[in-house]
Design a protein around this ligand. Structure first.
Ligand SMILES: [Zn+2]
Length: 286
């Protein structure tokens, strides 16, 4: 049965590490406040990623190392990160947070059960929209990149799970579920590969707070502000607004007709001076 066009959406976000969620957090916040439901899944607990404080201690002579940092177990570090992810998600109105805890480095062929676990998440959530990481493996000058990473492997695992969930299975007899639209986080792409941007200018401060909350990764407030200025700020620059999050469509969309977004009409009509003020936040969108 076809559901109504203005129904609320169920959105599933699947990333490799807790911090990866932040790259689409503003967009999720916009959807959550407009009544859509958002489920965030981190395939690993990120315990082996960005432990910058441990790195800082381990490069010191043994007698100078901070025992509090050195003695933190991997499990404690993972739990801290999971808690940070829950706090960050709460900033954006997202309460359904699931850390699956598959080991790192995450490789689908070594942990094929991850595909079935993700398929079961799809059956549980039955999302209309999937937001995940870039499944394509490429590198400089278009050369193939042999060393895969947790991000691309996570994308491969969830895309396999999407196929499984949509295929009738005589054994499980579960109602098949197809996801209507899949988008990849633009942060993993080059600017000219982005299909569209979501204006998150009103969510910029929350994006900064999210970076600060990831203390397990050694983030400080000056770092957090710098990161959002050059990350979401650069995407905003390309999009012609203050701050933005870019996305790449998994497939072209079928539309009833061509629609020109309000933002493009406004940009075409406004003066150069007003445009500068809009990017700098001196002029608010109406
Ligand atoms: Zn990551």
């Amino acid at each position: 049965m076809l559901e109504k066009e203005n129904q609320s959406l169920r959105i599933l976000v699947v990333v490799a590490h807790p911090h990866d969620f932040t790259h689409g957090a503003g967009t999720c916040g916009i959807h959550a406040t407009q009544g859509d439901s958002v489920t965030v899944v981190s395939v690993t607990d990120g315990a082996n990623t960005h432990n910058e404080r441990l790195h800082a201690e381990l490069i010191k002579p043994e007698e100078e190392r901070d025992a509090r940092v050195i003695s933190q177990s991997t499990q404690e570090y993972a739990e801290q990160k999971a808690e940070e992810l829950r706090q960050v998600c709460a900033l954006f109105g997202v309460t359904d947070v699931r850390v699956l805890g598959f080991p790192q480095p995450f490789r689908v062929e070594k942990m094929p059960e991850a595909v079935e676990t993700l398929r079961d998440v799809i059956y549980d959530v039955r999302p209309h929209m999937l937001i995940t990481q870039k499944p394509y493996i490429d590198a400089r000058h278009g050369m193939a990149y042999i060393a895969r990473d947790d991000h691309s492997e996570t994308a491969i695992a969830i895309l396999e799970a999407v196929n499984l969930a949509g295929t009738p299975n005589a054994v499980t007899q579960k109602r098949p579920h197809r996801i209507a639209a899949t988008y990849y986080l633009g942060v993993y792409f080059m600017p000219d590969e982005i299909d569209f941007y979501v204006d998150i200018s009103d969510w910029k401060e929350k994006r900064v707070q999210a970076e600060i909350l990831f203390r397990s990764q050694g983030h400080t407030e000056p770092f957090a502000r710098k990161r959002i200025e050059i990350g979401a700020g650069q995407m905003g620059w390309h999009a012609g607004t203050g701050y933005a999050e870019g996305f790449v469509r998994a497939a072209p969309e079928l539309l009833p007709k061509i629609t020109v977004p309000e933002s493009a009409l406004r940009r075409a009509a406004e003066s150069g001076m007003d445009h500068l003020k809009r990017i700098s936040g001196e002029l608010k969108a109406d």
